[in-house]
Design a protein around this ligand. Sequence first.
Ligand code: BGC
Length: 409
Amino acid sequence: MLPSFVDRPKGNEKGEFIALDLGGTNFRVLAVNLDGKGVATVLNVSKFAVHKKYMQGTGEQLFNFIADCINSFLTENGFKRTKTYDLAFTFSFPVQQTSIAAGVLIAWTKGFTAKGVQGKDVVNLLNEALKRKHIDCIRVTALANDTVGTLVAGSYKDPICDLGVIMGTGTNACYREKRSNIKKFKGPDFEGHMIVNMEWGNFDKVRLTCYDRELDASSVNPGAMHLEKMVSGMYLGELARRVLVDGIKRDIIFLNAPHAALIFKRKGSLKTSHMSLIEGDETAGLDQVDEFLKQKGISDSTLDDRILLKRLCRLVSSRAVGLGATAIAAVIIWMDPELRQMHTVAIDGSLFENHPGFPSKMTGVLRKLYGVKAEKIAWVHSKDGSGRGAAIIAAVAAFSEKNRKMMQE
Ligand code: BGC
């Protein structure tokens, strides 16, 4: 539970900001315009693949890469180097923030292990890299988790939005808490609310299966992020693969295709995107599943094999949906035990967006938990919310800084 140093925006924040989004296999640089009337528009965006050598090399290499990407973004989009641009850094890892624009990385997640970053202020590391690369036109004014960006972007337009959720490569949520309840916040006392980054991916009170335990042991962060490893896109395919390999070993599936064992023995041979394809196949003969298996080198699967494979994938993803929706319900119960008010959940992430039926299945679970009252909970898909939200946070920070200076003068 990490204080974010921001609350929901007012909706009247204005200006043009640059936002960075680091948190998975892609790094994005965006220019975002806020019209002051609840609309945050992405003007330019560049996407860069984060190769393993940067994820798992040194911090200096990773931050140099980030600075290089900013450089090409500025050049490609004609930003003048004579001006100064406020930049918001969405850094989607657990960070102990010490202000709106400073924070120390507690632990890497999602396969990142870059050395020399844990325990350091990531805004300092970014500033040092910008200096090394002679990029003088950037001022880093905000640091935010992607969930916080998503909630802020959602509530820029919709003032009852009070929960931000990511179901993507990783999973996490944030919500609004009374300032007086946040014991970890060491800043000046004030009335009102602050958004709390829950880091719910690290929740570890859920019972694990043998497949969860094996996956955890083979990950780069064993013992950590149990819920994330049961729910998020980075792990679901791998979990399903482990169940499948066990099924093959026990002669439950692919009885006529003995080489399937060898094919699926390799880590990464069944990805979450493959699960989406398999579960999304509605043809009678499961033709798309057949095609997928043929591409893998299994041309002799039976229809029963394909039905079983689909069911297996569905079990793994349904558990993820169930856990995700239950976690959302738990936060809403904390905020509003009787469900007296309406709540909007701003949500984003590749799993939510791309996995067949994910949103409607989440609604289904909420209905099971809440009955008709579930109608009080609405989703809004906050596309690119983390980047747009970070820009809004930068606007809030720039406004407070201007006010502070005016008060001093
Ligand atoms: C990180 C969170 C992040 C989530 C979604 C998790 O691995 O710890 O900070 O919000 O992924 O990107």
